[in-house]
Structure formats: structure tokens, C-alpha cells
Design a protein around this ligand. Structure first.
Ligand SMILES: *Cc1c(COP(=O)(O)O)cnc(C)c1O
Length: 363
């Protein structure tokens, strides 16, 4: 099968250079969108068709569209990075394409060939290349997603689907320097259950995490940590980030992929970087009690969360009903910061990409 070829319809109302420069000065995260978007339609009869780059704008949807009722939706998140020579790159996009297809299978959506996924990102970034910021630690955040858009209220997999990619310039995540975050342990709610959709990147998982996220905020915490849904003892992950524990014996522990944990590209990359540095990385169950004990006796020295958006975030303290782990005034761990630097150096072209992780988008 040959890769899809995207038609391009230029946006006649594209922002001026001045307007764009104003936005890129302080984009924040997820606030502004570029002038174009990608759409590809799918139907049972025609398969994937109409690959197009079109002006960014609202979608016309039938109120009976299945995604609006039953949440048949999946998404991805990756970044385009501008290097010092002006070229534009992305990081391991085939991993995101493969994961999109795993999510698609779980949500009974059609799979998009990985090469078409990568090509869809390339087509959008080429149309909107001026939107990739150049300041340190800024990027163009790419959001591919797939929705069921059949007008039908019966409960079954939709026979008509749309895949889209939108892009949003993003400022430096930690504008004031990387600072440890405080996280809240959710004991009442879980993110995923056995046989559920925890390993799929789908909107429904996020919808279910919003109430515990409010609970975290009410307790002065930035993120929620979820335990496994079966026993409520093992650490799964945060609402949108995987977690790592650094031990004093040069081992690093991260929860194993049980089916209820999202397999992060950042997680996978950190495992490889750490192993190449000589660390033993264990993917296994780790309980909240093990963390508590390891924090108390000093065998767990650093804890961090990771994901595409924030790369690596040091965790300073965990607050729970009745106890806390870590300290209010924690400083970022040494290995945490050094892995963060290595990974971002590769992504921004400041260090050689010896593993073939980068894919060029502007050529
Ligand atoms: C996207 C996501 C992550 C991080 O995955 P990356 O590929 O590293 O960005 C972790 N957990 C959840 C629930 C996610 O949705």
C-alpha cells in the first residue's frame, strides 16, 4: 500500500506575521492553534480517503454523531522541535503511530497505517512551519485524534470515522526553572480497571480523571497519582504521566505494563537512556507502602513523572488522606535532572541522536 497523498487548501484568513509573532511570544500550552489542520475520512466501504490539509476551523457535526454520545475517541500527543539551524524534527513518531493503532483496536476504531500517520504530521508541519517556535524549550505540540462521526444512536462501532491533526505552539513548560511538584494520591477513584481502557489513549480516561484532579487541586496538588483498580495498593501512574523511582543501589523502578497503564514513549526512552548509563531498570509492581518505606529509610532517593508535554517532572511530595511522603521543600533529584537534560538535548538537536529517534519534518 502506498502512503496517502494530502491535498492542500491554504487558509485565506491565515494570521499575519505580526499576529503570529505576538502569539509565539507567550503561547502557554494549548491556547492557540495554527492556521491549518489535517483531516482524513474513513468509512467501512471506502476505507481511508480524502487526506487533506485544510484551513483550521470548527467542525460541522450532526448532533447524533456517535462520539458525542458514546465517547468513541482516541488521541495522540507529540511535538515538533526547531533545531538551531532552523530545521524541524519530531521524536519517535512511529511509536505514537503504533500506539494510536493499539488504542484504535481497543476502541473499535479503524487502524491508520503508521506511515500515513507520520505523513499526516509532516503535511501539517510543512503547511504551518512558521508556527514552530525557536526559543529554548518551546515547540509545536501536535494533537492527532480520531472520532466516530456516524449519525446513529445505536450502540456499536461507528461505520464512519474522521482522523484529524491540529497543532498548538507551546512555551517552555517550566518557565521559572524545573521545580518539583506535589501530587495527590487518589484512594477513592481509579483511572483504569482490569480489562478496561487504561492502556489506550482515549478521551474517556481523561474524563474520568477530572474529578480526582479537582480533589488534588483542592488539596494543593498539581497532579493525581492513581493506584491499581484491583487491589488499590500498587502504583499505576499519574493522570497523564508515567512514574519512576530511583533507588540508592543504582536501580530504577517503574510500574510494569499491566494493561491499565499507558505505555509512554517518554517512559520507553528513559528506560533505554538509563540502561545505557549502566542503571538496572526494573519494570515491576511497586506499592505505595514500598515507596513510603523507601522514602523513610532513604533507599528511594528520587521520584519523577514523565510524558511528552512536561518531559520529566520531579515529584517532591505525595499527599494522601492521613499521610505524606517526601518533603514540602524537596529539590529536583540529580539523576532526574540529568536524564531530562539528555533527552531534551537529543530532541532539540543539541546532542547527537545515536539511536535514530529523530525524524525530520520540514524536508
Ligand atoms: C500520553 C500519556 C502518558 C505519556 O505518554 P508519552 O508518550 O510519554 O507522552 C502517560 N500516561 C497517560 C495516561 C497518557 O495519556
Amino acid at each position: 500500500m502506498t502512503a496517502l497523498e494530502f491535498s492542500v487548501e491554504k487558509n485565506p484568513a491565515a494570521r499575519s506575521e505580526t499576529e503570529r509573532a505576538e502569539i509565539l511570544e507567550n503561547p502557554g500550552f494549548g491556547n492557540f492553534f495554527t492556521d491549518h489542520m489535517v483531516t482524513i475520512d474513513w468509512s467501512v466501504d471506502a476505507g481511508w480517503h480524502n487526506p487533506a490539509v485544510v484551513p483550521y476551523g470548527p467542525l460541522l457535526m450532526d448532533p447524533a454523531s456517535s462520539v458525542l454520545h458514546y465517547g468513541q475517541e482516541i488521541f495522540e500527543g507529540l511535538k515538533a522541535y526547531r533545531h538551531a539551524d532552523g530545521s524541524i524534527w519530531t521524536f519517535r513518531p512511529e511509536k505514537n503511530g503504533e500506539r494510536l493503532n493499539r488504542s484504535a483496536r481497543r476502541l473499535a476504531l479503524p487502524e491508520l497505517p503508521v506511515e500515513d500517520f507520520v505523513e499526516s504530521i509532516r503535511a501539517l508541519v510543512r503547511a504551518d512551519s512558521d508556527w514552530v517556535p525557536a526559543e529554548p524549550d518551546t515547540c509545536l505540540y501536535l494533537r492527532p485524534f480520531m472520532i466516530a462521526n456516524e449519525s446513529f444512536l445505536g450502540v456499536r462501532a461507528a461505520q464512519s470515522v474522521r482522523y484529524l491533526v491540529i497543532a498548538s505552539p507551546a512555551g517552555s513548560y517550566f518557565s521559572g526553572g524545573v521545580a518539583p511538584v506535589k501530587i495527590w494520591l487518589s484512594t477513592q477513584y481509579s483511572r483504569a480497571g482490569r480489562g478496561g481502557t487504561g492502556a489506550a489513549k482515549c478521551g474517556g480516561n481523561y474524563a474520568a480523571s477530572l474529578l480526582p484532579q479537582q480533589e488534588a487541586a483542592a488539596n494543593g496538588c498539581a497532579q493525581v497519582m492513581f493506584l491499581d483498580g484491583e487491589t488499590g495498593t500498587r502504583i499505576d501512574e499519574l493522570g497523564g504521566m508515567n512514574v519512576f523511582f530511583v533507588r540508592s543501589d543504582k536501580t530504577i523502578v517503574t510500574p510494569e505494563l499491566t494493561g491499565s497503564i499507558l505505555e509512554g514513549v517518554t517512559r520507553d526512552s528513559i528506560i533505554e537512556l538509563a540502561r545505557d548509563r549502566g542503571y538496572t531498570v526494573e519494570e515491576r509492581a511497586i506499592t505505595i507502602d514500598e515507596w513510603r518505606a523507601g522514602d523513610a529509610d532513604g533507599t528511594i532517593t528520587e521520584v519523577f513523572a514523565c510524558g511528552t508535554a512536561a518531559v520529566i517532572t520531579p515529584i517532591g511530595q505525595l499527599k494522601a488522606e492521613g499521610f505524606t511522603i517526601g518533603r514540602e521543600d524537596a529539590t529536583p533529584g540529580e539523576l532526574t535532572m540529568s536524564l531530562r537534560e539528555e533527552l531534551t538535548d537529543i530532541q532539540y538537536g543539541r546532542r547527537e541522536d545515536t539511536r535514530g529517534w529523530l525524524v525530520r519534518l520540514d524536508k
